[in-house]
Design a protein around this ligand. Structure first.
Ligand code: P6P
Length: 331
């Protein structure tokens, strides 16, 4: 099955934008190449000796690196020479990552989580790479952290690659959401899920129930009603899922609907939520909204949050529009 490749698809999309220079197309292609490399590393797993925490030593006597560090280096090295980026921000790096002086710079910024859900790697569950593309502010040659702090509505593109039974790249550049499955034989992403849409209603919720005592009352109320189903006043009974891998939860919601919640909790007063705004909540919210869903902190639309720091955490309630709006109405 050949089908439409990711490269063909994004070039066709580019042709719909007369002013496009093709730079975003090339950047998306470079991201796809990086994700192919990460997919290979993740799927080799134990065979590549990259599982588990540090502790073992390689031949140079260096401490064996965890896969999330290796994938971070993979992504940075696949992107820093391309000439499309002015700087990068990664979950794995405290500071923003400048483009080495010897390479040309471009007009985009990228925020990424190289391997989200990496705690699942050792138990062989799906993990993924999440990325968010912003424009470099005009005339900024050497971007600083402040140049990244743009609300999610400013994203030019966003996507994730889920490394599961199959490797699927999900992408939006503001004209809907499309999914591409990696054909391992040809090494190409092929369009397999055109125009992904999130059903407005669902009977499936995803949350880590062990945190119930830390949630705010509106979330406790909503989840208790889902658990009680028809016995508690809802018009239907609900099912529950929790994979502890955001990319897998969001992919499921894109394929059959659902609501995913990592809400505000009082477990750690210093953290308003667990998930990071710039490279988890914003890209996933852009994708979910582009597929007809909704994404909120419970009190505001996530894409309208003015970021204050590159690693800022936010509460996340996203998925089927009618359920997200119900939770927001309880706040
Ligand atoms: P918990 C993975 O570590 C992650 O950032 C998300 O991908 C996932 O949804 C969440 O944290 C899981 O958190 O507390 O259930 O382990």
């Amino acid at each position: 099955m050949k089908g439409v490749s990711l490269t063909q698809f994004i070039i066709q999309e580019q042709r719909k934008t007369p002013t496009a220079t093709g730079e975003l197309t090339l950047l998306l292609n470079d991201i796809a190449s990086a994700c192919k490399c990460i997919s290979h590393a993740v799927h080799r797993g134990a065979l590549a000796g990259v599982l588990g925490a540090a502790g073992s030593e390689n031949v140079q006597g260096e401490v064996q690196k965890k896969l999330d560090v290796i994938t971070n280096e993979l992504f940075i090295e696949a992107m820093n020479w391309t000439g499309h980026l002015a700087a990068m921000a990664s979950e794995e790096n405290d500071d923003i990552i400048p483009i080495p002086a010897e390479y040309p710079k471009g007009k985009y910024l990228i925020c990424f989580d190289p391997l989200d859900g990496s705690s699942n790697i050792d138990v062989n569950l799906s993990v993924g790479t999440i990325f968010s593309i912003l424009r470099r502010p005009d005339a900024v040659e050497l971007p600083r952290e402040a140049d990244f702090l743009q609300p999610g509505v400013k994203q030019v593109g966003a996507g994730f690659c889920v490394y599961g039974p199959s490797t699927v790249m999900v992408l939006t550049t503001g004209n809907g959401v499309n999914g591409f499955t990696l054909d391992q034989d040809h090494g190409e992403f092929i369009l397999t899920h055109p125009h992904m849409r999130v059903p407005a209603d669902t009977a499936e919720f995803a949350i880590n129930m062990s945190n119930r005592r830390y949630w705010e009352p509106p979330v406790q109320r909503y989840v208790d009603e889902c658990v009680q189903g028809k016995d508690g006043g809802r018009e239907k009974n609900f099912n529950m899922r929790w994979i502890a891998s955001m990319v897998a939860e969001v992919y499921r919601i894109l394929t059959r609907g659902g609501i995913f919640m990592y809400p505000f909790d009082t477990k750690d007063a210093a953290r308003p939520g667990k998930l990071r705004l710039m490279y988890e909540a914003n890209p996933m919210s852009f994708i979910i909204e582009q597929a007809g869903g909704a994404s909120s902190t419970g009190r505001q639309r996530i894409l309208e949050i003015q970021p204050e720091s590159i690693h800022q955490r936010v509460p996340v309630i996203l998925g089927s529009k009618n359920e997200v709006e119900r939770v927001a109405s309880y706040h």
